[in-house]
Design a protein around this ligand. Structure first.
Ligand code: BES
Ligand code: ZN
Length: 627
């Protein structure tokens, strides 16, 4: 365990008040000069042109009396005009300069505004290649009848559909007026009315100050089923019934979280199930979680995804990481709360299995990561904002929270976490602000349970502290014994006691099959348990990557179908990675991708193409320099 020197730490704490004011390295914005307080969107949604176009009107808080400019983030936006709006509604054109794009930040938009207007209106349109939007043709949807579009703004993609200050440190309220073809339902990250007529004219209002990465929109042939007094499920007509059944416990989840951390402050909590090309598992858009359909497997075994996104209503959306450097405050604390909700609604066995799956994976991989990536707060910061999203943020972050819970006991720890959410509600904060609250209100209040050094080691140190404890699982222990006997040739595949394994138990069995498992183990496993073609993509991903690595070409068509149908990075990339290990597999994967590409999100395209490029390079290199 290595720590940065005490001097560096002391300096970091001393600079604490400055950190909140400092510019975000992933944004062009200059929040010390001016900040967006409110956003008014007026956009037309054009499926044919695959564009949003209209105006964004920003209400501004000028902070620096000397400031001359308003600097905004944009990416691939065409800016038509910029106007200042006076208090009486009078307008005045403003000069602006749109710089060339500098990846990964995008184009800096500098608006010349020496008179510091209260409001600035920007007329613009998006590009069909906006990194934060996916446009699907009818053929690419489940029901094939209407086109579909949706956004994914986190981490820094809001700027590809709205010109704004794209930094999590800056919060604003917003309203929107969206026009669209009639018959289409438009949804945003605000309160949505399940009975809204599909008349092509939608209005939204988000009265709570949110950071830009929580801006979201979707539109398409979308039905609604209400699942409780403040919950509903939105999805394409052929999916919505199954989805409403899978997610029917959402109200119970909300009540659990409320009993632990205080009232759900947002009003409604709805879920939109997206087409399978959605690149993530879920996204915590306020009032309207966006979710992958791969979580719907019929037995609710993957619904802790909803517990996770719901938990963000406290950790992330209410108290927000001020910078992507601090993303563990969102994802680590949320993953901890996810476990508490899962435990209360689905029982300790389920919750412990999920905790163990994540913790064992982290433990097995963290020592091989670059030292800096092992820290909850990497210093220097990761190069790209998306690079900050690592298993460490989720799994080490939640492990730290569980350790605090064990040391201080649930009574004190739960009360402390609730006080954290209440104290920092509606604010964006740094790790150092969180840690100061921890020190004062838990560590020093109940001395003898955990030292301050130990706490800072979790945050700034590498690896996992040696005494970090884990729950136990009888089912997993039995699976370990069976896997061993099976691999040693002492237990035939058909005699595995797997008939009643749940999703997590299969995941655990497959996770720990060695990468170089032999074909003569793989074949009987498939014959006995019919893993190829499984409708459960968590099991499918784990199965295909091992079977491909073992050289089982019989699974190739089903594996190709898996990656073609599913764009969720975490379920698709490991299968592509298994394919590209051999020249023949790489050639096959390229063919599969050529057909699948049209249905993929820009992020998935980018990930697959980067993988192909590095695999092609590696295979072209002479044997002596490769590997
Ligand atoms: N907020 C994240 C997704 C995210 C983070 C997107 C950073 C882009 C940048 C979301 O809450 C999340 O963690 N999703 C997980 C769900 C899983 C942990 C249940 C995912 O997509 O895998
Ligand atoms: Zn999350």
């Amino acid at each position: 365990m290595r720590l940065p020197s005490c001097a560096a730490l002391a300096l970091a704490l001393l600079l604490l008040p400055l950190v909140a004011q400092a510019n975000d390295p992933y944004s062009w914005a200059q929040p010390g000069k001016v900040q967006i307080r409110h956003l008014d969107l007026d956009l037309n949604l054009d499926f044919k042109a695959q564009r949003l176009s209209g105006t964004a009107t920003l209400s501004l808080d000028w902070k620096d009396p000397e400031a001359q400019n308003l600097v905004l983030d944009t990416r691939d936006l065409a800016i038509k005009s910029v106007t200042a709006l006076g208090p009486g509604g009078e307008t005045r054109p403003l000069d602006f300069n749109l710089a060339n794009s500098e990846p990964p930040l995008g184009s800096k938009l500098t608006i010349v505004a020496p008179k510091q207007p209260e409001k600035v209106r920007i007329a613009y349109r998006t590009s069909p290649d906006a990194t934060g939007l996916q446009w699907l043709t009818p053929a690419q949807t489940a029901d094939k009848k209407a086109p579909f579009m949706y956004s994914q703004s986190e981490a820094i993609h809001a700027r590809s559909w709205i010109p704004l200050q794209d930094s999590p440190a800056i919060r604003f309220t917003w309203n929107a007026h969206i026009t669209a073809p009639t018959g289409v339902r438009v949804i945003m990250s605000a309160i949505n009315d399940p009975d809204h007529p599909l008349d092509g004219d939608f209005r939204f209002e988000q009265p709570h100050p949110i950071p830009s990465y929580l801006m979201a929109i979707a539109a398409g042939d979308i039905d609604v089923i209400e699942t409780g007094p403040r919950t509903a499920v939105y999805a394409e007509p052929s999916v919505v019934k199954k989805a409403a059944h899978e997610f029917e416990d959402t109200e119970q989840m909300i009540e659990t979280a409320e009993s632990l951390y205080g009232p759900y402050r947002w009003g409604r909590y709805d879920i939109l199930v997206l087409p399978p090309s959605f690149p993530y598992g879920g996204m915590e858009n306020p009032n309207m979680t966006f979710a992958t359909p791969t979580a719907i497997v019929g037995d609710k075994s993957l619904v802790s995804l909803i517990a996770h996104e719901l938990a963000h209503s406290w950790a992330g959306n209410l108290v927000t990481a001020a910078s992507w450097r601090d993303i563990w405050l969102n994802e680590g604390i949320t993953t901890y709360v996810q476990g508490r909700i899962t435990e209360a609604v689905y029982g300790e066995k389920q919750a412990n299995e999920e905790i163990l799956l994540a913790a064992r994976r982290l433990k097995a991989t963290i020592d091989d990561m670059p030292e800096n990536a092992q820290r909850l707060v990497p210093e220097p910061r990761p190069v790209g904002a998306e690079d900050a999203r690592t298993r460490v943020a989720y799994d080490k972050g939640s492990w730290f929270m569980r350790t605090l819970e064990q040391r201080f006991g649930r009574r004190h720890f739960d009360a402390w976490l609730k006080s954290y959410f209440n104290h920092f509600a509606w604010h964006s904060i740094t790790t150092e602000q969180m840690m100061a609250w921890l020190k004062k209100n838990l560590i020093e209040k109940y001395p003898g349970n955990m030292s301050w050094d130990e706490a800072t080691e979790w945050v700034y140190g590498t690896g996992i502290p040696d005494d970090a404890s884990l729950p136990t699982s009888k089912a997993f222990a039995a699976i370990d014994r069976q896997r061993e006997a099976f691999l040693a040739g002492k237990l035939p595949a058909a005699e595995l006691d797997a008939a009643d394994w749940n999703t997590q138990e299969w995941m655990y069995f497959l996770n720990r099959l060695p990468k170089e498992t032999d074909l003569d183990r793989i074949k009987p496993l498939d014959a006995a348990w019919h893993l190829t073609g499984t409708p459960n993509a968590e099991i499918g991903m784990r199965w295909y990557r091992r079977a491909i690595a073992a050289g089982d070409k019989a699974v190739w068509p089903a594996a190709a179908e898996h990656v073609t149908h599913i764009g969720r990075l975490y379920l698709t990339m490991p299968v592509y990675e298994a394919f590209v290990q051999t020249p023949e597999g790489l050639a096959f994967a390229k063919q599969v991708y050529a057909r699948a590409k049209a249905g993929y999100h820009p992020l998935t395209r980018h990930a697959v193409e980067s993988l192909f490029a590095s695999a092609t390079d590696q295979q072209a290199a002479p044997a002596s320099t490769s590997g």
